[in-house]
Design a protein around this ligand. Structure first.
Ligand code: FAD
Length: 312
């Protein structure tokens, strides 16, 4: 039995693409699998200001495309496909995929790098599912037109929430950022920009209990956890950015995960299964930034290369 590939990479966000550049350039036979086109979460970022080398910032989608172009230069194969499961077959990993618009396939690999990232967490408020797509959104850049000239809320006072709120100020008439903790948790620079923006109001220590409306979102039922006071807020939409859940559903029975589902790794970024590595936002302890995802991708590709040399 021969392996089809030396390295299979799951996900083509910054972690997967960086792994692809290093593994491809090292002359390994690599298959890159992504359920969406290049860039991962970066695709929705209008401007990445803190990725080194771009003093004026760079659009996330452009950075993703450039990384993809660089990876493809080293002869990787790319398939638009969702990985559904990974099984162990003797010395190899059998990666089962659903190829978008092209059926199913299973590929054998010597090593696998999981770089599948994470998706936005749900609030768990009443009405959240009912109003999804009717004023409830998880991606400001994607859904911006539906918020145009409305009064809206952003759930989450961390980096992601404030980035989205600042972006939306160009389109909406007013924004209330609602944070459960007693204060904002975003980086200082984002907090300063937010506080200086006259279109943004801040409401901390507040739980969103329900999203209400008719055929569209019309309001929120709020509970102040500091004063136990219940209030309502009229809004035409809500953008939810309260954290991330890892894309690890298909890995639950295979790998050791932490209590939130992020993949546990050692210093080599190897998971509980030898030959399977994890990189980027999907792994436990990640700083969840483009630069750290890139660093992880590089480290995982180097670890995979070392293992292949030693074992095969
Ligand atoms: C609103 C917002 C603002 C941000 N701002 C910044 C910023 O200013 N600077 C910064 O450095 N970072 C920022 N980030 C964080 C940054 O985008 C992430 O840290 C980074 O994209 C993580 O990269 P990744 O490769 O680990 O995962 P991702 O970018 O999430 O990519 C993973 C990819 O894998 C795919 N995938 C998942 N499972 C499978 C599967 N089973 N089969 C096939 N494909 C799969 C996913 O669809 C996705 O395309 C921001 C994030 C958000 C949400």
């Amino acid at each position: 039995m021969e392996a089809d590939y030396e390295v299979i990479i799951v996900g083509c966000g910054p972690a997967g693409l960086a792994a692809g550049i290093y593994a491809g350039r090292a002359g390994l036979k690599v298959l890159l699998l992504g359920e969406k086109t290049a860039g991962g979460e970066m695709r929705g970022l209008e401007l990445v200001e803190n990725y080194p080398g771009f003093p004026d910032g760079i659009s996330g989608s452009k950075l993703g495309l450039e990384m993809m172009k660089q990876a493809m230069k080293y002869g990787l194969e790319f398939k638009l496909a969702e990985v559904e499961r990974i099984d162990l077959e003797k010395d190899y990993k059998a990666v089962k995929v659903k190829i978008i618009r092209d059926g199913e396939a299973t590929y054998l690999a010597k090593t696998v790098i999981i770089a599948g990232g994470a998706h936005p967490k749900k609030l768990g408020a009443a009405g959240e599912n009912e109003f999804a797509g009717k004023g409830v959104s998880y991606c400001g850049v994607c859904d911006a037109p539906q918020f145009k000239e409305k009064v809206v809320a952003v759930a989450g006072g961390g980096d992601a929430g404030l980035t989205e709120a600042l972006y939306l100020t160009r389109l909406v008439s007013e924004i209330t950022v609602i944070e459960l903790m007693p204060q904002l948790t975003a980086s200082q620079i984002l907090q300063e920009r937010t506080l200086a923006n006259p279109k943004i109001k801040i409401c901390c220590g507040t739980k969103i209990e329900a999203i209400t409306g008719d055929d569209q979102v019309k309001g929120l039922e709020l509970f102040n956890v500091l004063t136990n006071e219940k209030t309502t807020l009229s809004v035409g939409g809500i953008l939810i950015r309260i954290g991330l859940d890892p894309n690890t559903n298909y890995l639950k029975d295979l790998l050791s995960l932490d209590s939130e589902g992020f993949v546990l790794v050692n210093e080599e970024l190897e998971t509980s299964i030898s030959g399977i590595f994890a990189a980027g936002d999907i792994r436990h302890g990640s700083a969840r930034q483009v630069a750290t995802a890139v660093g992880d991708g590089v480290a995982a590709a180097l670890s995979a290369g070392r293992l292949i040399k030693l074992k095969y």
